[in-house]
Design a protein around this ligand. Structure first.
Ligand SMILES: [Zn+2]
Length: 272
């Protein structure tokens, strides 16, 4: 295990303990910007097989058809933000469904993925371009992507600041990055934090998923992370459901969550 003790947003700031993870290791909070993170991060060589083996992707593979619909809408949203199609990079593409959705919508899209089992799957099943490895180690042309997507990836990386600085380097002028992470400040997580803190929960802190999540963002700390890496935040929202509900009650709840930033999905757009 690698030791990590500094906040990527403000390296000189002290931290305080939030809780000790069930797997061992502490979850701490930066005393300056408030970002919460795991103090230890596993070496990436072991993460490829120990965390991101075929079991990790089983649910995604089984739900590929439903995910195709979601990602078609997600890429459509990106198109409406930048007003055109072009070159797209899906960082941590997993089983490759988002990549496929982008290609089918007419994007020139490629992906990155550290899990070798998924890299082979994407190349053989879809014949799409996917670069194996950690984004910051890949040799990709600078300022060449009109859209970069990190869908539930930033909470997994070894250092968000290094990852986001690489994204700033890869974005074309006028291009945007769309980042989605779990929202630690969601209404649901606020309740679970309270229950965990006061011993009212059977499995306290389970909602942090500390076996494969290492960074725990709120709207405020995600914005700080973007700015620390030299990106310009364009919008931050927190919908309860990704693409609206089926009923008017769902839609009303979603509008409220968007306004209060209390939904479970934290979505940020940023440019350079
Ligand atoms: Zn900080």
């Amino acid at each position: 295990m690698k030791h990590k003790q500094n906040c990527p947003n403000c390296p000189d700031s002290p931290t305080r303990q939030v809780f000790v993870a069930p797997e061992g290791g502490r979850i701490v909070q930066c005393c300056r910007c408030g970002l919460q993170f795991a103090e230890d991060y596993p070496e990436i060589e072991s993460a490829d097989t120990e965390i991101y083996g075929s079991d990790y992707f089983r649910a995604s593979l089984e739900e590929q058809e439903r995910r195709m619909g979601i990602f078609d809408q997600l890429v459509g949203e990106v198109e409406s933000v930048i007003g055109r199609k072009g070159r797209l990079l899906d960082v941590g593409t997993g089983e490759g469904t988002l990549l496929l959705a982008a290609v089918e919508r007419g994007w020139e899209a490629e992906g990155t993925e550290i899990a070798s089992v998924m890299v082979h799957h994407i190349r053989e099943k879809f014949g799409l371009t996917v670069h194996q490895g950690v984004l910051e180690d890949l040799d990709l042309p600078v300022h060449s992507f009109d859209a970069i997507i990190m869908n539930h990836v930033l909470e997994h990386v070894s250092d968000p600041r290094i990852t986001l600085e690489k994204i700033a380097e890869l974005l074309s002028p006028g291009g945007v990055v769309r980042i989605e992470v779990p929202n630690l400040a969601s209404l649901s997580n606020r309740g679970k934090n309270f229950q965990s803190r006061f011993g009212l929960k059977k499995n306290p802190w389970k909602h942090y998923s500390t076996d494969h999540h290492f960074w725990f963002f709120t709207p405020r700390t995600l914005e700080a992370a973007l700015e620390a890496a030299g990106l310009s935040p364009l919008s931050i929202s927190a919908p309860a459901k990704q693409w609206g509900g089926k009923s008017s009650v769902d839609n009303l709840a979603n509008a409220l969550y968007r306004k209060t930033l209390w939904g479970g999905h934290l979505v940020a757009y940023a440019g350079i």
